[in-house]
Design a binder for this molecule. Structure first.
Ligand code: AMP
Ligand code: MG
Length: 423
């Protein structure tokens, strides 16, 4: 049996980022940019108005004999159109936000600082003196042609999509999205639309894993359920070889029908098949042919927890991320955890911030077959191997499952723990 850290290190050493490809902009969210994005145009592409108001010569905004100057309105320009007419001394043009500044004008005054006769007024009074450039957004103010705007390695989120769209990147070079084959095992499994029968249970794991793979940003390809025979498993694995990773559930323990590791040994190689943790001892990793295989345990809670600890970092590494791990923080376990931990124990819990401390409430019965322990859980409280448990009100690290990933797999130290803070 190996430790969780050893298991992760061995798995990640065998996983490499997928090749670079180009995808349509609309499909790039969540992927990692494979090249620097250099602006090939200025943004904004032309000088335009920051306000609804009037374009004028700033020199015309000065009061005359103590009275607001009155200018003749010669027309208007809306966003999306270009005025060929120029603004000349003594005149102004109506202008809308985003419209190109007409030739001749060097400034815009917002409508609130003017007085006129309404939308068709032929005159406007200027109520404030303005400087050249007032309310004008110059061409290239935001991004200049030739400037690097996004660096290679950036994760593409909604805001980066907005930048790429502005720059006209209709396709984006990225590390390819991973394609994950998902395979259930077990003669006891029936599908979700089937009525229960004696001795049978519904297949929940492949649905859970499919959803978790999608949440991790990869493509999920559920390949159904293999029967507990060597023939059925061989057939399913043959179909799974074309994917970037195979995730199985069940069939990796020491029972008579736990055949996944036998097939791995027959058609590839096993790196390990047991980890010193609870839930989730029977996790296997290795290869079938050249395709990596992560064999998760059959018990649904073990499946869920080991996917978070091993499956998610693997998918992220395949997709070129360098932030692989959910953050850990120190939490106070209100009721304590009374069970002795032989193996490293990952206890499902709900953690929230209260008065500046993270407070954990465990989520009920923790049997690895008891899906109800996943309800309302947003964290895994870690009870170290060999520990007698956690005293009520005691502290221990917890993995924050709903927080964005970080680069390291260790607790974030609370600020008060650093000696420098004392000064
Ligand atoms: P195994 O590792 O195959 O011996 O499975 C361990 C436990 O997990 C058994 O109680 C199985 O019935 C259960 N199990 C295995 N696969 C699934 C699945 N896809 N959905 C729900 N339970 C499963
Ligand atoms: Mg089984």
């Amino acid at each position: 049996m190996i430790s969780v850290e050893d298991a992760l290190a061995r798995i990640l050493a065998d996983i490499h980022a997928l090749p670079v490809t180009r995808v349509p902009l609309a499909e790039a969210v969540g992927l990692i940019l494979a090249e620097d994005v250099v602006a090939q145009d200025d943004t904004p592409p032309f000088a335009n108005s920051a306000m609804d108001g009037f374009a004028l010569l700033s020199a015309d905004s000065k009061p005359q004999d103590g009275k607001p100057p009155r200018l003749r309105v010669t027309g208007g320009v809306a966003a999306g159109y270009v005025s060929t007419e120029a603004v000349t001394p003594g005149t102004a043009m109506r202008i809308m936000t985003g419209a190109p500044v007409p030739p001749g004008a060097d400034s815009v005054i917002q409508i609130e600082l003017t007085r006129n006769d309404g939308p068709t007024s032929e005159w406007v009074e200027i109520l404030q003196t303005i400087a050249p450039g007032n309310n004008i957004r110059p061409a290239g103010e935001d991004m200049q042609r030739g400037q690097t705007i996004l660096a290679r390695g950036t994760e593409i989120g909604a805001w980066e999509i907005g930048i790429l769209a502005t720059l006209g990147w209709s396709t984006v070079p990225v590390t390819r999205r991973a394609r994950i084959a998902i395979l259930g095992t077990g003669d006891e499994l029936i599908d979700v639309d089937q009525p229960l029968q004696p001795g049978k249970i519904r297949n929940s794991n492949t649905y859970l894993i499919t959803a978790a793979v999608q949440q991790a940003g990869a493509e999920a390809h559920p390949l159904g359920v293999a029967r507990d025979t060597v023939e059925s498993l061989r057939e399913k694995f043959a179909a799974a070889l074309q994917y970037d990773l195979i995730i199985t559930s069940g069939g990796v323990s020491v029972g008579d029908f736990d055949l996944v590791k036998d097939i791995m040994a027959e058609q590839g190689q096993i790196s390990f098949w047991r980890i010193n943790m609870k839930p989730g001892k029977p996790v296997a990793f290795g290869h079938i042919g050249k395709t990596p295989l992560l064999g998760l345990p059959g018990n649904p809670v073990s499946t869920a927890v080991t996917f978070e600890l091993f499956g998610r970092p693997v998918i992220r590494k395949l997709q070129g991320h360098d932030h692989l791990f959910k953050p850990q923080v120190e939490v106070t376990v209100v009721e304590g955890i009374h069970e002795r931990a032989g193996r490293r124990n990952y206890v499902r819990a709900h953690v929230e911030l209260q008065d500046g401390r993270f407070i954990a409430h465990t989520t009920g019965k923790q049997g690895s077959h008891m899906l109800t322990s996943l309800r309302n859980a947003n964290a895994l409280v870690i009870v170290p191997e060999g520990s007698p448990g956690i005293q009520p009100g005691g502290t221990t690290p917890a993995i924050m499952l709903k927080w964005p990933e970080v680069a390291y797999n260790q607790p974030i130290q609370p600020a008060t723990d650093t000696p420098n803070e004392q000064a």
